[in-house]
Design a protein around this ligand. Sequence first.
Ligand code: ATP
Length: 377
Amino acid sequence: LIGETSQELGTDSYVIGGFVRDYLLKRGTPKDIDIVTIGSGIELAKKVASKLKGKPQVSIFKNFGTAMIKHQELELEFVGARKESYHHDSRKPVVEDGSLEDDQNRRDFTINAIALALNQLNYGQLLDPFNGLGDLEKKLIRTPLEPSITYSDDPLRMMRAIRFATQLDFTIELKSLQAITENKERIKIVSKERIIDELHKIILSKKPSIGFKLLHQTSLLHIILPELTALQGIEEIEGQRHKDNFWHTLEVVDNISENTDNLWLRWAALLHDIGKAPTKRFHKKNGWTFHAHEFVGSKMVYKLFKRLRMPLNDKMKFVQKMVLMSSRPIILSEDHVTDSAVRRLVFDAGEYVEDLMTLCEADITTKNPRKQRKYKN
Ligand code: ATP
């Protein structure tokens, strides 16, 4: 229908972006379809909507020159093919009408730039100027243009590269990784909301540690979540060492992610040890201690959420509580993820709550067979 309609308007149209990529990867059910047309996206959307059953409403975003139709479970997004250029201090491009090639050039990654023709003449043909198909096969995140230009133009793409690498379990090409590292400071021109959107997607992936390792490797993590990078490293005094709490945290997050899809439980796992950096002490008698790190950590959660402009609501309080209980998320199944359940858990456990806490931590950190036996009992 879209192909037919654009033909009536005397233009060509293509499906592009995530839908084509995920279709080729046989991945999930699509939620949106991006359509690019060589002409006005808004005009095409209006005409398509008038032919659809029930004549759905067209949402028009005049500033962006885009339009959206909700059809059944799908969001159809229409945009006119465009050429973009950037100013140094903004990720908002200067836009002008362009060809399909111009539009493919402005896309972030080769795997997101594959177009599927909807025209009668070449219906179903894939137009793939940057060999995105080859990259899908090689499981590679690569930019259509020079990476230094792509990431500097729009630094959000640095987060997107790492997010796609995590979601798809792809590798980021070396040149891209270098360009991200070089341009890391430019992440500061991206709004906190967009950064958080990408962080949420990384945290919700099957194996979040992939993303956090890449964020760490490119030093982006130090800018976004310095509380986490502060956990990295092992110190040794008088022959006594403590564990590396950064790598331990990533293990905990992956571990939890095998058991729950709950975003906030995963956030709690990510932040469960952040109080350890400021509370670390060495005592001649007791060795390394992190006294009251749970308490300090839960206060840090508030500041961190505030800094990242995340909502300071019940979800944040939940994360704080879980941190206060220090990595207790491990034992909670998804059904128990409510404030009151956490309180009930603490209440019911009564005087044994300390043991319960130790037990949870022990699942991951205790290799000592004597302790394991003790916790089992
Ligand atoms: P998902 O829906 O899983 O997030 P997607 O690829 O559909 O994946 P969108 O954010 O919906 O992601 O973007 C749609 C398409 O628009 C992308 O596939 C890409 O071609 C292009 N795109 C989105 N954001 C950018 C960007 N910052 N720079 C360049 N191209 C982008």
